[in-house]
Ligand binder design. Structure first.
Ligand SMILES: [Cu+2]
Length: 664
């Protein structure tokens, strides 16, 4: 471990110093194949989900985040990984699709919210690090991830179509279309996606029980009576299945249906710049079963969420802007237990009303102050008929807020520095309050699990010049009543259900990215991220914190042809907290370091067409991430070609080819 630190740390420092900021007009967003994404503004990373990425992500919202420094994706099999940011997993990473929360349904967490998101049908993905925004609904405290459709509106009759097709190793193929049409009075959109893969093989050639299929369709219709008004209705549906290498059942249904209506009116008065509203309904129907391995047992769960949102943009003065709004949501979870009852019975309801306000004060041309407050009222009802809190309702009010100062630096040209303090009070989620227990006796966790209070300082720097770009993002936090999911002996029930416990923890770390334009044709990119966490209450390392990682990429791009190479180095990790973790997983033990080398190439015959190809894990290395699920002997024993492994191994050498066309 020490050795890797010694070798990686100087590389990081040299990279940071040498490769400081690049790309005045070569930003990483314009890389033909994206391998790492830097901050675009303080604490914010913006990404184009239609651009190819390496390593090839599964067609879901979690794998997409792999190219963001600081994110680790917990692997269960081929799809449906769990995003973890800076050691914070589960609901601490708030996932929003069109500013709606999609709560998965599975009590065993087969379906993270990202399992229902197909990034390429969206137009923009934004990550906000830390508790540095209060604008969005959800439980997030570590990061907010927004998948957004940026609705195109038309002055005259027109259309835009994005279409792509992908083929890859292990029978992988994806087809995606995003079509928009409209004139000055109306617009309509249609999106469709289909993604399929067979079981992949690890570097040793051993099959991993991991095949999946996902498909989605959505459409929307909108009216634009004038330049200031837009009203829209939309509907979408997606479904699929996925094999899981980490457990005894597979996900055989992931049905999401969504309807929404939204509107916006701009330029209302000198004070009111814009008002927006949205009402939506999301229903999840998830089935897990043994049918993909010849069995007959199954279980169904549903999670239905109705929500409404209103937000207004105010001009409070020439240098003061505000966003003020209200969120409402009501989420009901239900399930069956076919050995006892086959009808779906409600087990809980979460009701939330929130008010929020975020202010931006331009102090002068170079400095600004951003502040925000969010207050949330919660009503959580245990709708089960048995258990120690059956029929009871817990009421809670949570307070969150932040302040951030951003300043352009006079000492270093083209640089912005920032420092922020944020406090986030997170209401425990469905899994922490309802699925898990309070203790090994099986008492309900509903009333006992306290809200989690994150106090975090974020500071950093963004610097961009013609040759160099560098971003540094550093944080320290102290989390009181951190909800740890404890599966150690003494904390699990007879059936193995873990406890939700409150402990005090702290973490600190950083993400650094650097780019250097060597010539018109060649550029270098690098990123390094590191987090250290401590569980103070138990005097243990904090669980589910990924090891030190660095990524180094070189790209040749003559605007028609491009070639790139990526080296990802991950340090070994020896400090861990066995059987502690979060709702998505727990520490399994130490992990070894590894280096993975990948190649990519692109061909852009014209502005509308891109053909990209890559070979991920060129040397066919067998490896697993520290944050992973343990491979289940139930799948390795039953599925032919699967052999036991400790963690779920990552895919071996994976070749892929993707063609993208844009028509407008
Ligand atoms: Cu499930």
């Amino acid at each position: 471990m020490k050795k890797t630190y010694i070798t990686l740390t100087p590389i990081a420092l040299v990279a940071t110093m040498m490769m400081s900021q690049a790309y005045a007009d070569h930003t990483v967003l314009h890389d033909v194949v994206v391998t790492a994404t830097p901050m675009t503004s303080p604490l914010t990373i913006e990404m184009d989900p239609k651009v190819p990425r390496q390593p090839l992500p599964a067609h879901d919202g979690a794998d997409f985040l792999k190219s963001v420094p600081g994110f680790s994706i917990m692997r269960k099999a081929g799809a449906d990984g769990e995003p973890n940011f800076r050691g914070m997993g589960g609901s601490r990473v708030n996932i929003l699709a069109d500013d709606q929360n999609i709560f998965g349904g599975c009590g065993q967490r087969m379906d993270a919210p990202t399992a229902y998101i197909f990034p390429e049908i969206y137009d923009k993905v934004t990550v906000v690090k830390g508790p540095q925004t209060v604008l969005y609904p959800g439980h997030g405290s570590a990061a907010t991830v927004r998948f957004e459709k940026e609705q195109k509106v038309y002055d005259k009759p027109g259309y835009d179509v994005h279409a792509s097709g992908l083929i890859g190793s292990f029978g992988r193929h994806d087809e995606v279309v995003d079509a928009n049409i409209g004139n000055k009075d109306y617009f309509a959109t249609f999106t469709g996606s289909n993604s399929k893969s067979d079981d992949y093989k690890d570097g040793d050639g051993n099959k991993v029980h991991s095949k999946y299929h996902r498909y989605s369709a959505s459409s929307s219709f909108g009216l634009t009576p004038d330049n200031n008004k837009r009203f829209e209705v939309s509907a979408s549906r997606s479904n699929g299945y996925a094999a899981y290498a980490d457990r005894t059942m597979d996900g055989t249904k992931f049905l999401r249906e969504n309807i929404a209506a939204k509107g916006q009116v701009k330029n209302i008065s000198d004070l009111v710049d814009k008002v927006e509203f949205q009402v939506s309904r999301n229903t999840i129907f998830h089935t897990m079963s043994t049918s993909m391995r010849g069995g007959t047992s199954y279980m169904d769960v549903t999670h239905d969420t109705n929500s409404a949102r209103f937000i207004t943009d105010l001009n409070l003065g020439s240098t003061t802007k505000a966003k003020v709004g209200v969120d409402y949501s009501q989420a009901v979870h239900a399930g069956n237990m076919p050995s006892m009852y086959t009808d779906l019975r409600d087990d809980s309801q979460f009701k939330n009303i929130s008010m929020f306000a975020e202010f931006t004060q331009q102090i002068n041309k170079h400095q600004k102050l951003i502040t925000g407050y969010r207050g949330e009222s919660w009503d959580v009802t245990d709708k089960r008929t048995t258990g120690t809190t059956a029929g009871q309702t817990r009421k809670e009010f949570t307070n969150s807020g932040f302040a951030r100062y951003e300043s352009e630096l006079s000492s270093i040209p083209n640089s912005t520095a920032y420092i922020g303090y944020g406090r986030s009070e997170r209401m425990p989620d469905y899994w922490e309050l309802i699925s898990n227990k309070q203790n090994s006796s099986g008492d309900s966790a509903l009333m006992s699990t306290k809200t989690e209070k994150t106090n975090q300082i974020d500071f950093g720097l963004i610097h961009k010049s013609n040759k160099f770009s560098v971003t540094a993002s550093t944080f320290y936090n102290k989390i009181n009543d951190f909800i740890i999911v404890d599966s150690r002996s003494g904390y699990t029930t007879g059936s193995g259900t873990p406890s939700s416990r409150n402990v005090d923890v702290h973490t600190y770390g950083a993400e650094l990215t650097a780019g250097y334009v060597v010539s018109d044709l060649i550029r270098l990119n690098s990123s390094v991220n590191y987090v250290k966490g401590k569980n103070e209450t138990d005097d243990l390392p904090l669980a589910q914190v990924a090891p030190l990682e660095g990524r180094f990429a070189v790209t040749y791009d003559d605007k028609i042809y491009s070639y790139g190479a990526l080296l990802r180095l991950v340090a070994p990790k020896n400090d861990f907290a066995l059987n502690q973790g979060n709702i998505s997983g727990k520490d399994l033990g130490k992990s070894g370091g590894f280096g993975i080398f990948s190649l990519n190439a692109g061909y852009k015959p014209n502005k509308k067409t891109l053909i990209a190809a890559g070979v991920d894990n060129l040397f066919d290395k067998t490896y697993a991430e520290f944050i992973s699920r343990s491979a289940s002997s139930a799948s390795t024993g039953v599925i032919s070609g699967c052999v036991p492994s400790f963690r779920v191994n990552e895919p071996g050498r994976t070749a892929w080819l993707k063609a993208t066309i844009a028509l407008d």
